[in-house]
Design a protein around this ligand. Structure first.
Ligand SMILES: [Zn+2]
Length: 136
């Protein structure tokens, strides 16, 4: 259990997308990743400076067709309703695909409330294990 906590999630850290059109007309899209948002911003600034220097034209992010893929956890399902589990980000370890956070409501507005936090107290950890025997 201790070791597992040290393994970073595939999508841990920060990601930034940007694209630009080169002077020869080619469009380039880049994905930058880093452990922290601060490092990422520095990388992004560097990349943008380079694009400017080369005369590239920044492109707006495509609003559709560039959606972050949902990272489903394979081999396990939600212990509450059998739906797929989604690997979480940051403090969230995993959650049911039917869990939906309502930003206005400030609560779960989905049909399932299964969600596991990363930094758990021994108390909640015990509860999660009871609810999900596969949790380890
Ligand atoms: Zn569920």
């Amino acid at each position: 259990m201790e070791n597992k906590k040290d393994i970073p999630f595939p999508e841990a850290g920060a990601t930034a997308f940007f694209g630009y059109k080169r002077t020869d007309g080619f469009e380039v899209s880049l994905t930058l990743r880093d452990e922290t948002g601060q490092n990422l911003l520095e990388k992004l600034e560097g990349a943008i400076a380079k694009v400017k220097k080369e005369g590239g034209i920044p492109l707006p992010l495509r609003s559709s067709g560039f959606v972050k893929p949902i990272n489903y956890i394979e081999g396990r399902v939600c212990p509450k309703n059998g739906a797929r589990l989604v690997a979480g980000q940051g403090k969230i370890k995993e959650k049911c695909e039917n869990y939906k956070w309502g930003f206005n409501e400030k609560k779960n507005i989905g049909t399932c409330d299964y969600l596991v936090w990363n930094d758990q107290s021994p108390e909640t950890k015990g509860r999660d294990m009871a609810e999900n025997p596969d949790y380890s």
